[in-house]
Design a protein around this ligand. Structure first.
Ligand code: ATP
Ligand code: MG
Length: 212
């Protein structure tokens, strides 16, 4: 089993997430890729975040016609904040040691990983895939992984070996400078959202006047 896990707030999901997921899924020949919306994101102001059920529904709409993409409501099944360490431990237990688990994060998120709960314990649990993202420097990733976490980089700088034996892949995916923040801002201004996110999700946002 080759399982991809893609966590995020997904408020809302957009083509930056989806195209990255598609390219990673193809490159790693994943059997399944689960989008895992954070129920109570530790880093975001709880009152400002759109309800979990709404964000979940938008992800569901976005992946409905993809045979390998699914959405997971796991993080809503726990009463506490959504910590990745708990999620990864759950999947490792569920799928066993033989499964290859790939945790997908954007470069901006990875560069903040030192603020995550028990972040050093994340790396032995799974492989990581770091998505390139406009505005963030890959050189900082190298510094973080090699200087602070004791990884060895392969000469091409795309694969890093963690002392635990797990790997961290840096993927130069198609760089789409799209963010949920930008989409919420455009929606609030009544401007067009076309071609930034799947059309089903765009229509859902307009129908329920999200972010208006
Ligand atoms: P917000 O602006 O609300 O923070 P976002 O667009 O960053 O939203 P998130 O839900 O925070 O979306 O992101 C989930 C994950 O996807 C993070 O790891 C983030 O780094 C990554 N990601 C988001 N957008 C892109 C993009 N355009 N390219 C590459 N990675 C992305
Ligand atoms: Mg973000």
């Amino acid at each position: 089993m080759r399982l991809g896990l893609f966590g995020g707030t997904f408020n809302p999901i957009h083509l930056g997430h989806l195209r990255a997921a598609e390219e990673v899924s193809e490159f790693l020949a994943l059997d399944r890729l689960l989008f895992i919306p954070a129920a109570r994101p530790p880093h975001k102001n709880a009152t400002a975040v759109t309800p979990f059920a709404v964000r979940l529904e938008m992800v569901r709409l976005a992946v409905a016609d993809h045979e390998r993409f699914e959405v997971s409501d796991l993080e809503n099944q726990r009463p506490d904040k959504s910590y990745s360490i708990d999620t990864l431990r759950w999947f490792r237990k569920e799928y066993g040691d033989a499964a290859d688990i790939f945790f997908i994060v954007g470069l901006d998120a990875m560069l903040e990983i030192e603020t995550w709960r028990e972040y050093r314990n994340l790396f032995p649990l799974c492989h990581f895939v770091v998505l390139d993202r406009p505005g963030y420097a890959a050189a900082e990733l190298h510094h973080l992984l090699c200087r602070k976490l004791g990884c060895q980089a392969e000469p091409d700088g795309q694969i890093f070996h963690h002392p635990s034996g797990q790997r961290i892949y840096f993927r130069a995916i198609t760089r789409l400078d799209i963010s949920s923040t930008q989409i919420r801002r455009l929606a609030a201004q009544g401007r067009s959202l076309r071609y930034l996110l799947p059309d089903q999700v765009r229509r859902f946002i307009l129908k329920y006047k999200l972010y208006a």
